[in-house]
Design a protein around this ligand. Structure first.
Ligand code: DC
Length: 232
């Protein structure tokens, strides 16, 4: 069977990563979480003291970019992100990284370096890649392009429930709504490849699904229908 690429873009906490991960597993493709790559660069910046007063020292960061090595490994069936050989999977999901990552992801040189890496990962097909610019910039030739979103309130509630389920009570729902809206704004208004739906992407309102399983089943069906129709 011929392999294709699947590009999944959309706003944060729209359920696109859960959907992309499960779709990849279900069809035997490689899942690539490009948000984890930007999160790793943001963590690197925080550790190196490159972020102060809501600004990134992009000159120093650009000089250090070649020293940032990001890779993924599958452990116990889960994708783990490594930054310069260190497992940073948990740390990159914390609020400090979440609050700073959009700033880092807006820097042109950072994006160029990440896009190069992502295109390399997708060149042999058979990937499900999720992010913000996958259908528009990284894999413009992807056979399937989905754009997933829903209201900031529904998305914030989703993240809030996830954090509470992990026992994290450090933030309120209002904090998360503010974080989600701030990130949308930065992602959609940045000069360098802003978040937008590719003209040929299929729009998916994730608010229509009452569970993650429903959303995943929808994506797997969509993929199977496409493959059948195209005879792949
Ligand atoms: O998907 P996520 O929430 O883990 O993404 C983290 C941040 O990285 C988010 O602010 C948007 C940014 N990002 C991006 O600009 N381009 C991508 N392809 C993926 C993520």
């Amino acid at each position: 069977m011929k392999k294709i690429n699947v590009a999944i873009d959309g706003t944060s906490s729209s359920g696109k990563s859960t959907m992309a991960k499960a779709l990849a597993k279900s069809v035997g493709y490689t899942y690539i979480d490009t948000g984890a790559m930007y999160r790793s660069v943001a963590l690197f910046c925080l550790r190196e003291g490159l972020i102060a007063d809501g600004k990134v020292d992009s000159e120093r960061l650009n000089a250090m970019l070649p020293a940032i090595n990001i890779s993924f490994k599958i452990e116990d069936g889960k994708q783990i992100t490594y930054l310069n050989g260190e497992n940073v999977e948990n740390e990159i999901r914390g609020l400090e990284v979440s609050n700073n990552v959009s700033l880092v992801a807006a820097i042109a040189e950072v994006r160029h370096a990440m896009v190069r890496l992502q295109q390399q990962m997708g060149k042999d097909k058979g990937v499900v890649m999720d992010g913000r610019d996958i259908g528009t910039v990284v894999l413009p030739d992807a056979e399937i392009k989905l754009y997933v979103s829903t209201s900031p309130e529904i998305r914030a509630q989703r993240r809030f429930d996830e954090m509470r389920a992990k026992g994290d009570t450090s933030v309120t729902l209002d904090d998360i709504i503010a974080n989600v809206k701030m990130r949308d704004h930065i992602d959609m208004t940045r000069a360098e490849s802003p978040l937008r739906k590719a003209d040929d992407a299929v729009e998916v309102d994730s608010g229509q699904f009452s569970t993650a399983e429903e959303q995943i089943a929808w994506a797997v069906n969509f993929f199977n229908d496409y493959m059948e129709k195209e005879g792949k």
